[in-house]
Design a protein around this ligand. Structure first.
Ligand code: HSE
Length: 447
């Protein structure tokens, strides 16, 4: 608590130093934020010198007044227009009405803290520009990797570095599903239902399992890491719904786990951002992240490789990041600043010279599972097709036949994706090959 002495009287500055917060949306994130702000109020005031009051809450389905909140209602636009509110927490998700609510709040000179990765990744540029014009902040730590302070790590902790690449497990629901499928041989749909009940999954869970949610988060991290504009439309996105327990098992036999990774790399002015299932060595740090856990590995030219690990979803974890952003604003206020003094994406000047690499231009290793008739010569045919397209084989295993078909599992050497596509098309044309080829990228991250 900051205390001023004036003409012999001690004036407690707290009353005039109250930050009023309005929370729009009262689901997992909104209710978690209120609970954390109220439950840890003393400690937060001790840290900031400012009392943080949740003044208003608006929720679509609110039936009763919320304890300790002055106004409980259903209209988020009232919060965005309320002259008493300093900070609007946008915890509604989606674009509509979130975009207009945030826009109105910024136009009215309010700081905005949002957990909405879709909003930042896809429509953030206009909102960031508006925040800059108005001299307020638009904070989004909770939008990426839930409770892990990865935005601050990239933007502040690693600010001295040129970031070469980062890779992460950035969707808790997807990781929860893959972990349960691998460890307990559970069905995909059954695990997804549990993730929804636990408050991990998006309102539309296809965002989780088809990689869209992870692509939003990767887009935001890549913009901060490389200092480039947000480019969601350049992020390649592939989900986990086509993965089978067989692939998870075969990968394990070969010494790999399958994880749903977001990967961003900057090489010679070319940026690649991609989300897809990935084989990583069971020895790699990311292979040991289970359940709803998220983890991001970042490589900076000066620091080397660093790892950030923690809960990626859930009420308290996400609220931890939302409240950290509110604390930044409170601290700025206590110091007499209009807003926290870190640029919103971490760069005063963004790079517009970087070019995007498309998925067919990347080079990596691959896991292939080919389903073929159990007849003599089929392995040789498949191998010779790969050879024809200049793709080397690192490992080739014929698994047990089901009496008719036999799975052939191959690990390739590094190849260009467009060449691999051609080889796969040729393999699928072989008379003995009876099903589409399963292809999963393999990454080693220099280890
Ligand atoms: N649906 C998201 C996840 C929530 O599962 O990671 C946190 O962004």
């Amino acid at each position: 608590m900051r205390v001023f002495f004036l003409r012999g009287y001690a004036l407690n500055s707290i009353k005039s130093n109250t930050l009023k917060v309005g929370i729009c949306g009262y689901g997992t994130v909104g209710s978690g934020t209120l609970a954390l702000l109220q439950g840890n109020a003393k400690e937060i005031t001790r840290k900031t010198g400012v009392e943080i009051e949740v003044y208003r809450v608006a929720s679509r389905s609110l039936q009763v007044d919320i304890a300790g909140v002055t106004y409980s209602g259903t209209d988020p636009f009232e919060i965005a227009g309320d002259g008493e509110v300093d900070v609007v927490v946008e915890a509604m998700g989606g674009f509509d009405p979130a975009f207009e609510v945030v826009k109105k709040a910024l136009e009215n000179g309010k700081h905005v803290v949002t957990a909405n990765k879709a909003l930042i990744a896809e429509r953030g540029a206009a909102l960031i520009e508006l925040a800059e014009q108005k001299g307020v902040t638009l904070a989004y730590e909770s939008a990426v990797a839930g409770g892990i302070p990865i935005v601050k790590a990239l933007r502040e902790g690693l600010a001295a570095n040129r970031i070469d690449w980062l890779a992460g497990i950035i969707n808790g629901t997807g990781n929860f599903i893959l972990s349960e499928m691998m460890d307990k041989q559970r069905e995909f749909a059954d695990v997804l239902e549990e993730a929804q009940a636990l408050g991990y999954a998006e309102a539309d869970p296809t965002f989780d399992v088809e990689g869209i949610d992870a692509a939003h988060k990767l887009t935001i991290m890549a913009a901060i890491a490389f200092g480039m504009p947000l480019a969601f439309d350049k992020t390649y996105t592939e989900g986990i719904s086509a993965l089978t327990p067989e692939d998870i098992g075969y990968a394990k036999e070969l010494g790999y786990h399958i994880k749903h990774l977001g990967i961003a790399r900057l090489e010679n002015g070319w940026v690649q951002t991609r989300v897809h299932p990935t084989l990583i060595s069971t020895k790699h740090l990311l292979a040991h992240v289970h359940g709803v856990g998220n983890a991001v590995v970042v490589h900076g030219h000066a620091v080397g490789t660093t790892l950030y690990n923690g809960p990626g979803a859930g009420a308290e974890a996400t609220a931890s990041s939302v409240v950290a952003d509110i604390i930044d604003i409170a601290r700025a206020k206590a110091q007499g600043l209009a807003r926290p003094n870190v640029p919103i994406l971490g760069f005063e000047t963004l790079r517009t010279d970087l070019k995007a690499l498309t998925i067919d231009e990347i080079e990596t290793e691959y896991y292939l599972r080919i389903t073929a008739q159990d007849i003599i010569g089929v392995m040789a045919n498949v191998a010779s097709e790969l050879e024809r397209f200049g793709i080397g084989i690192d490992a080739l295993i014929q698994k047990e036949s089901d009496g008719k078909n036999v799975p052939i599992v191959i690990l390739t050497d590094k190849a260009r994706e467009s060449e691999l596509d051609e080889a796969i098309a040729a393999i699928e044309k072989l008379a003995s090959v009876t099903a589409p080829v399963m292809r999963i990228r393999v990454e080693s991250f220099g280890e």
